[in-house]
Design a protein around this ligand. Structure first.
Ligand SMILES: [Zn+2]
Length: 579
């Protein structure tokens, strides 16, 4: 929606917004050469090579500091506003001062790490809030293996806003949204540039997010134009606040002033066979393997069904739209849904999105809305996943999976590692089980004889680190073992919704062997009294069909859903609304 409005405004006013992005370039040409893989890795090599994953994970867990995260956020609160259209000349206030400060910090981190970071602006021309040229800020940590070039992006938007989108005069400290994400990106640049990774890692603070994901879009377009092999995007937006507002965008948080500092949400596009969901699952797996065993405060890493909160967007989307694996980290609780309607009292997207409150009247903020330890925990989850993905372990190019009764046979196209994982998923967004194969590419595993079964594979290296997982395949229920008296497999099968039970959003899917001749079809949601709550029109296609159902907040209980074709109920199942 945001975009459509801009294009019209550009056409109508020709001033405020113009969607055309031109002259996208890196102000430091070296940065472009690194991204293209045209460099000598020895020029950026650390004098002491630290590349053992367990050592890196343990050090990330201790070196990522809540205090330095706090120091960045305190500094960002001093720029008064970081609106994309705000002052670029003032040395102390506005987006210009803020971006120069981030650039300086990146330079400082590089100097602290043997000048291993290549710092640059990504500059582009576009009219946004009346300003014609804009700059994202990036620090590039060159990988050790440019011949097998690959890039991992960790990003968050630096720009802020208050109630009115292009109001550059109002106070817009934008602490939760999104000084927290920018601080996270900066801290990872400081800490991770001590290590050596196969892939190149880019730490980027974008601008223009509030006006339509514009800085991210410029970089995504640049990456595509230059054919840079971007392997994963970790977007961090509103990632440090713990207090729920009176309002919050669905999937919502429990209610005003409720606190949650031990869970984080991972949003990503799609359901079945989504590389974005597979990335979210990889992130969670690496956290559970490397960090959770040594975490003083365990985190609940939640893989959410939708790509973003209802009606909201984030910087991961322009990358997803260009088919780069991308996901978004956001805190469990948000203070507001940014609706800014008449009786909006929450902080998000207002001048109220500040550091905290001065409860004892001494002029100092003493009760912070951001929990710096929580933010550090989210930073560690990011860093650990990026470090493991940047090992560039090869993903198997293909595999086959067949299900006969409760046995699944998998054949994997070999990679150089000779060791593999087979991940199975049924009724949630998470993998149910992961099996290991060493020294062979074929395995037989136990599985459900019926229902939706989704398989994917990865390989893993000598340190046990997995590659990014392959595409997912739906392993159709076995048809070949039909004993003469056994029920023939129906042409259309409705699967159990995923996740189930669920809060707010769930995927309803069904399998069609052959598309029948029909006029209309829909998925019908009914309560146990038989009252129809919702009808979701569907178009039947051969194979797996999926549709997302969002039921809103605060309705619990068991409901049924049915697939109806030309008024006939083809199949029906029950599902549980958890809240
Ligand atoms: Zn934001």
């Amino acid at each position: 929606m945001v975009r459509l409005i801009h294009t019209c405004l550009c056409l109508i006013t020709g001033t405020h917004f113009c969607f055309a992005q031109t002259n996208i370039l890196t102000t430091n040409p070296l940065a472009e050469q690194i991204l293209l893989g045209n460099y000598n890795p020895a020029d950026y090599a650390a004098s002491t090579i630290v590349n053992v994953p367990s050592i890196i994970a343990a050090e990330l867990n201790t070196r990522i500091s809540p205090d330095s995260l706090k120091s960045y956020i305190l500094k960002m609160s001093t720029f008064k506003t970081r609106n994309t259209g705000s002052d670029t000349l003032s040395p102390v206030t506005g987006i210009g001062a803020a971006r120069r400060w981030v650039h300086e910090q990146f330079e400082t981190f590089s100097a602290e790490n043997e000048d291993r970071l290549v710092v640059s602006y990504l500059q582009f021309n576009q009219t946004i809030c009346g300003v014609g040229q804009h700059r994202n800020i990036m620090a590039v940590l060159p990988g050790a293996n440019p011949s097998n070039n690959g890039v991992i992006l960790i990003e968050g938007h630096l720009d802020s806003r208050c109630n009115v989108l292009c109001d550059t005069a109002c106070v817009a400290e934008g602490i939760e949204d999104n000084a927290t994400g920018t601080a996270l990106v900066m801290e990872l640049a400081r800490v991770m540039s001590a290590y050596t990774f196969e892939n190149t890692i880019v730490f980027m603070a974008t601008i223009g997010e509030e006006q339509g994901l514009l800085g991210a879009n410029a970089f995504a377009a640049y990456i595509q134009q230059k054919n840079i092999p971007l392997r994963a995007v970790l977007n961090n937006d509103i990632i440090g606040g713990i207090i729920c507002g009176k309002t919050s965008s669905p999937p919502s948080c429990p209610g005003l002033d409720q606190v949650d500092s031990t869970s984080v949400r991972l949003f990503s596009f799609g359901a079945f066979n989504s590389k974005h969901k597979q990335l979210a699952r990889f992130i969670k797996l690496q956290y559970q393997k490397n960090i959770l065993p040594q975490a003083s405060v365990p985190m609940n890493v939640r893989i959410m069904s939708p790509e973003d909160r209802t009606g909201r967007g984030g910087d991961h989307i322009p990358f997803r739209e260009r088919n780069y694996a991308a996901m978004r980290f956001t805190s469990a609780n948000e203070h507001g849904d940014a609706s800014n309607n008449a009786n909006y009292t929450d902080r998000q997207h207002t001048s109220g999105d500040v550091l905290g409150a001065d409860t004892d009247g001494d002029g100092e903020v003493d009760s912070f809305y951001v929990d710096f330890n929580y933010l550090a925990r989210n930073a560690i989850i990011n860093a650990n996943a990026a470090a493991m993905a940047a090992r560039n372990v090869p993903t198997p190019s293909d595999f086959t999976a067949t299900r006969v009764g409760n046995q699944l046979t998998v054949n994997i196209t070999p990679t150089s590692t000779g060791a593999y994982r087979v991940a199975l998923r049924t009724s949630t967004n998470d993998w149910d089980s992961i099996f290991t194969l060493i020294g062979t590419t074929t395995g037989v595993f136990p599985c459900n004889p019926t229902g939706g079964l989704f398989a994917s594979v990865a390989s893993f290296d000598l340190h046990g680190v997995e590659s990014l997982f392959s595409e997912e395949k739906l392993v159709a229920p076995s048809v070949s073992t039909n004993e003469p008296n056994e029920e023939p497999t129906p042409n259309i099968q409705l699967f159990q919704n995923r996740p189930n039970p669920f809060d707010e959003a769930t995927w309803i899917s069904f399998w069609v062997n052959e598309v029948p001749t029909y006029r209309s079809a829909w998925v019908q949601i009914v309560d146990l009294q038989g009252r129809v709550i919702e009808k979701i029109p569907v178009v039947l296609k051969q194979g797996l069909n999926e549709t997302m159902y969002t039921h809103g907040y605060g309705v619990r209980g068991t409901f049924a859903y049915a697939l109806v074709v030309d008024g006939q109920v083809v199949d029906v199942r029950q599902m549980i609304f958890a809240n």
